[in-house]
Design a protein around this ligand. Structure first.
Ligand code: PEP
Length: 248
């Protein structure tokens, strides 16, 4: 059976006070939740230790990015091994903000995937098309190419550490969500591409991300190939995030 996953990407938001209040409330809410959803909290790296103390055992911890290299002279970077050593079980790679603002290519993302797998992290690989590409009818082509490049080094039992998040770039932080049908169409296509690549595609969790809110989560999660969500803005409000976790 596929894992149902809801992951909270705080992005570069938060403070010690916010972590205390938000994680305290989320922890209480999760204690009452028994729908089998796995929850991942992904704060800025500086708050990981604090969130780890607060969150208890009901949620996993994640890191928003990892370096494409092992340890060494890379000022400002965090290695996959350090993330694992600090208690993280998940890492986001290839978020569109990093592709766009930091010029991350699929080749760099493939190196991050290989570092993350070596450290036994679960990787949430983000893929998605721009508005221009969608309007040109290229959504599935773009996403397929991103999957093939970023995951070209994955084989065998490493596939069980791969989670894919389809995040149309035009839907992130904009309040615009792909319709459930449009999201399902891309998710179905992604599963076919993953199968062609030799992945156990029916077993992989495919998340949707892009302005997921309490009022649209249930319809998205009801789609046959959508196994959960990567949540940005709504993960910063405990009641919204918990409502999304309950939406299965
Ligand atoms: C994200 O950052 O991965 C994301 C989906 O953000 P938002 O939910 O705010 O659109």
């Amino acid at each position: 059976m596929r894992r149902k996953i809801v992951a909270a990407n705080w992005k570069m938001n938060g403070s010690n006070d916010l972590a205390d209040a938000l994680v305290g409330e989320v922890r209480e809410g999760l204690a009452k939740l028994d729908n089998g959803v796995e929850v991942v909290i992904i704060p800025p790296a500086l708050y990981i230790a604090r969130v780890q103390q607060l969150v208890g055992e009901r949620a996993w911890l994640g890191v928003q990015d990892i370096a494409p290299w092992g340890e060494g002279a890379y000022t400002g970077e965090i290695s996959a091994g350090m993330a694992a050593d600090s208690g993280c079980r998940f890492a986001i790679v290839g978020h569109s903000e990093r592709r766009e603002l930091f010029g991350e290519t699929d080749a760099v993302i493939a190196d991050k995937v290989s570092q993350g797998l070596a450290a036994k992290l679960n990787l949430i690989l983000c893929v998605g098309e721009t508005l221009h590409q969608r309007e040109a009818g290229l959504a599935v082509d773009v996403v397929s190419a991103q999957l093939k490049e970023a995951l070209k080094g994955v084989s065998g039992s490493d596939w069980k550490h791969i989670v894919v998040a389809y995040e149309p770039v035009w839907a992130i932080g904009t309040g615009k969500t792909a319709t459930a049908e449009d999201a399902q169409a891309v998710h179905g296509a992604m599963r076919s591409v993953l199968a062609e690549m030799g992945a156990p595609a029916q077993d992989l969790s495919l998340l949707y991300g892009g302005s997921v809110k309490p009022n649209n989560a249930a319809e998205l999660f009801a789609q046959p190939d959508i196994d959960g969500g990567l949540i940005g803005g709504a993960s910063l409000k405990a009641s919204d995030f918990l409502a999304i976790c309950e939406a299965f």
